[in-house]
Design a protein around this ligand. Structure first.
Ligand code: GTP
Ligand code: MG
Length: 140
Protein backbone atom coordinates (compact mmCIF):
# COMPACT_ATOMS: atom_id res chain seq x y z
CA UNK A 1 0.00 0.00 0.00
CA UNK A 2 0.99 3.59 -0.62
CA UNK A 3 1.65 6.41 1.83
CA UNK A 4 1.47 10.20 1.65
CA UNK A 5 2.24 13.11 3.97
CA UNK A 6 -0.52 15.39 5.25
CA UNK A 7 -0.22 18.64 7.16
CA UNK A 8 -3.23 20.28 8.82
CA UNK A 9 -2.08 23.89 8.50
CA UNK A 10 -2.19 26.63 11.19
CA UNK A 11 -5.48 28.14 9.98
CA UNK A 12 -7.34 24.83 10.39
CA UNK A 13 -5.73 24.06 13.77
CA UNK A 14 -6.63 27.56 15.01
CA UNK A 15 -10.28 26.96 14.04
CA UNK A 16 -10.39 23.65 15.97
CA UNK A 17 -10.82 21.58 12.82
CA UNK A 18 -8.21 18.86 13.57
CA UNK A 19 -10.80 16.25 14.55
CA UNK A 20 -13.15 16.95 11.66
CA UNK A 21 -10.32 16.72 9.12
CA UNK A 22 -8.92 13.47 10.59
CA UNK A 23 -12.45 11.97 10.64
CA UNK A 24 -12.95 13.00 6.99
CA UNK A 25 -9.66 11.25 6.10
CA UNK A 26 -10.61 8.03 7.91
CA UNK A 27 -14.00 8.09 6.20
CA UNK A 28 -12.17 8.45 2.87
CA UNK A 29 -10.39 5.17 3.56
CA UNK A 30 -7.03 6.40 4.88
CA UNK A 31 -5.28 4.81 7.84
CA UNK A 32 -3.43 7.35 10.02
CA UNK A 33 -0.12 5.51 10.54
CA UNK A 34 1.83 8.38 12.18
CA UNK A 35 0.63 11.61 13.81
CA UNK A 36 2.24 14.62 15.51
CA UNK A 37 1.17 18.13 16.56
CA UNK A 38 4.10 20.56 16.47
CA UNK A 39 4.95 24.22 16.04
CA UNK A 40 7.28 24.39 13.01
CA UNK A 41 10.47 26.42 13.33
CA UNK A 42 11.35 28.87 10.57
CA UNK A 43 14.19 26.53 9.49
CA UNK A 44 11.82 23.52 9.28
CA UNK A 45 9.26 25.43 7.21
CA UNK A 46 11.88 26.95 4.90
CA UNK A 47 13.46 23.52 4.37
CA UNK A 48 10.13 21.85 3.72
CA UNK A 49 9.07 24.45 1.12
CA UNK A 50 12.57 24.92 -0.38
CA UNK A 51 11.19 24.15 -3.89
CA UNK A 52 9.11 27.34 -3.61
CA UNK A 53 12.02 29.56 -2.48
CA UNK A 54 12.00 31.64 -5.66
CA UNK A 55 8.21 32.18 -5.65
CA UNK A 56 6.94 35.66 -4.69
CA UNK A 57 4.78 34.22 -1.89
CA UNK A 58 7.60 32.26 -0.19
CA UNK A 59 8.01 34.70 2.72
CA UNK A 60 4.27 34.80 3.33
CA UNK A 61 4.09 30.99 3.15
CA UNK A 62 6.82 30.55 5.78
CA UNK A 63 5.26 33.21 8.04
CA UNK A 64 1.91 31.43 7.82
CA UNK A 65 3.23 27.91 8.39
CA UNK A 66 5.14 29.03 11.51
CA UNK A 67 2.33 31.20 12.93
CA UNK A 68 0.91 28.49 15.22
CA UNK A 69 0.98 24.68 15.52
CA UNK A 70 0.29 22.21 12.71
CA UNK A 71 -0.72 18.54 12.75
CA UNK A 72 1.45 16.33 10.56
CA UNK A 73 0.41 12.81 9.65
CA UNK A 74 1.29 9.90 7.41
CA UNK A 75 -1.74 8.50 5.56
CA UNK A 76 -1.92 5.01 4.11
CA UNK A 77 -4.30 3.53 1.55
CA UNK A 78 -4.30 2.26 -2.03
CA UNK A 79 -3.28 5.11 -4.39
CA UNK A 80 -2.77 7.38 -1.35
CA UNK A 81 -0.95 10.28 -3.06
CA UNK A 82 -3.44 10.89 -5.87
CA UNK A 83 -6.48 10.07 -3.73
CA UNK A 84 -5.44 12.56 -1.03
CA UNK A 85 -4.87 15.29 -3.66
CA UNK A 86 -8.47 14.72 -4.82
CA UNK A 87 -9.79 14.75 -1.25
CA UNK A 88 -7.95 18.07 -0.59
CA UNK A 89 -9.22 19.82 -3.74
CA UNK A 90 -7.67 22.71 -5.67
CA UNK A 91 -4.98 24.90 -4.03
CA UNK A 92 -7.40 27.87 -4.05
CA UNK A 93 -10.44 26.98 -1.91
CA UNK A 94 -12.61 29.20 -4.14
CA UNK A 95 -11.81 26.87 -7.06
CA UNK A 96 -12.03 23.61 -5.08
CA UNK A 97 -14.90 21.18 -5.70
CA UNK A 98 -17.73 20.92 -3.17
CA UNK A 99 -17.00 18.47 -0.38
CA UNK A 100 -13.20 18.74 -0.62
CA UNK A 101 -11.16 19.63 2.48
CA UNK A 102 -10.05 22.97 1.07
CA UNK A 103 -13.62 23.95 0.14
CA UNK A 104 -14.88 22.87 3.57
CA UNK A 105 -12.09 24.26 5.74
CA UNK A 106 -9.87 26.62 3.68
CA UNK A 107 -10.35 30.38 3.36
CA UNK A 108 -7.83 31.60 0.74
CA UNK A 109 -5.02 30.39 -1.54
CA UNK A 110 -2.56 31.03 1.30
CA UNK A 111 -4.74 29.76 4.15
CA UNK A 112 -5.96 26.57 2.54
CA UNK A 113 -6.19 24.23 5.56
CA UNK A 114 -4.13 21.26 4.36
CA UNK A 115 -0.98 20.16 2.55
CA UNK A 116 -0.49 16.89 0.67
CA UNK A 117 2.50 15.42 -1.14
CA UNK A 118 2.27 15.91 -4.92
CA UNK A 119 4.06 12.70 -6.04
CA UNK A 120 5.09 9.31 -4.67
CA UNK A 121 8.72 10.43 -4.82
CA UNK A 122 8.00 13.59 -2.79
CA UNK A 123 5.82 11.64 -0.35
CA UNK A 124 8.85 9.53 0.61
CA UNK A 125 11.03 12.62 1.00
CA UNK A 126 8.40 14.52 3.03
CA UNK A 127 7.63 11.56 5.34
CA UNK A 128 11.37 11.17 6.08
CA UNK A 129 11.61 14.95 6.66
CA UNK A 130 9.16 14.85 9.59
CA UNK A 131 9.22 11.29 10.97
CA UNK A 132 12.08 9.09 12.14
CA UNK A 133 12.10 5.65 10.45
CA UNK A 134 11.07 3.96 13.73
CA UNK A 135 7.76 5.91 13.80
CA UNK A 136 6.79 4.98 10.25
CA UNK A 137 7.76 1.32 10.25
CA UNK A 138 5.53 -0.75 7.94
CA UNK A 139 2.55 -2.46 9.62
CA UNK A 140 3.06 -6.19 10.19
P1 GTP B 1 0.53 22.13 -0.88
O1 GTP B 1 -0.18 20.82 -0.70
O2 GTP B 1 0.46 23.00 0.37
O3 GTP B 1 1.93 21.97 -1.42
O4 GTP B 1 -0.35 22.91 -1.97
P2 GTP B 1 -0.38 22.73 -3.54
O5 GTP B 1 0.54 21.63 -3.98
O6 GTP B 1 -1.81 22.65 -3.94
O7 GTP B 1 0.19 24.13 -4.03
P3 GTP B 1 1.70 24.58 -4.33
O8 GTP B 1 2.65 23.46 -4.03
O9 GTP B 1 1.72 25.19 -5.68
O10 GTP B 1 1.90 25.75 -3.28
C1 GTP B 1 2.27 25.44 -1.93
C2 GTP B 1 1.48 26.30 -0.98
O11 GTP B 1 1.88 27.65 -1.16
C3 GTP B 1 -0.03 26.34 -1.20
O12 GTP B 1 -0.72 25.31 -0.55
C4 GTP B 1 -0.40 27.67 -0.60
O13 GTP B 1 -0.57 27.54 0.82
C5 GTP B 1 0.81 28.51 -0.89
N1 GTP B 1 0.55 29.37 -2.04
C6 GTP B 1 0.46 29.01 -3.35
N2 GTP B 1 0.20 30.07 -4.11
C7 GTP B 1 0.12 31.15 -3.27
C8 GTP B 1 -0.13 32.52 -3.43
O14 GTP B 1 -0.33 33.01 -4.54
N3 GTP B 1 -0.12 33.28 -2.30
C9 GTP B 1 0.12 32.77 -1.06
N4 GTP B 1 0.12 33.56 0.02
N5 GTP B 1 0.36 31.47 -0.86
C10 GTP B 1 0.35 30.67 -1.95
MG1 MG C 1 2.58 21.43 -3.37
Amino acid sequence: VERTLSIIKPDAVEKNNIGKILAHLEEAGFKIVALRRTHLSRAEAEGFYAVHKARPFFGELVEFMTRSPVVISVLEREDAVDTYRKVMGATDPAKADAGTLRKLFGSSVGENAVHGSDSRENAKIEIAYYFPASEVAPSV
